[in-house]
Design a protein around this ligand. Structure first.
Ligand SMILES: [Zn+2]
Ligand SMILES: [Zn+2]
Length: 133
């Protein structure tokens, strides 16, 4: 059983490492399922949780939708388009902020989640076209 768990975790991790970008657990399940139909949704979800807790992948908390996962562990923040939901990596912008906040508050092991939102260039073009019509 233990062995099987490890193998499935490996499949999930390898799938993440192959792809740049930000995906919901459901999208990742579908990617894996296309190749490996035996793997269940629950298994993929559980392994994503495990890998994120273990900091082998990164989990991004989204305010109004499901959590997303990505393989990029470098310090960076996120910009989301309010029209199409496209997510872009930005930064690192706040790399020193954890230290500062730690000093101010006396807290240790500071983490943060910043999420910027805006209108992406593709959607800006769409909006301009709509205005012209
Ligand atoms: Zn957009
Ligand atoms: Zn990212």
């Amino acid at each position: 059983m233990q062995r099987r768990n490890t193998k499935q975790r490996q499949i999930v991790l390898e799938n993440m490492q192959k792809r740049m970008g930000h995906f919901t657990a459901d999208e990742i399940y579908l990617q894996i399922h296309a190749k490996d139909p035996h793997i269940s949704r629950g298994t993929v979800y559980r392994n994503l949780q495990f890998l994120a807790d273990d900091q082998q992948i990164r989990r991004i908390k989204m305010p109004n939708s499901s959590d997303m996962y990505e393989r990029n562990l470098e310090d960076h923040d996120h910009m989301i388009c309010r029209m199409c939901g496209k997510i872009l990596d930005v930064g690192p912008i706040h790399s020193r902020v954890d230290q500062k906040v730690g000093k101010l508050s006396g807290y240790a092991d500071i983490q943060h989640t910043f999420l910027f939102s805006g209108i992406c260039p593709a959607c800006q073009k769409k909006l301009k076209k709509q205005k012209k019509q």
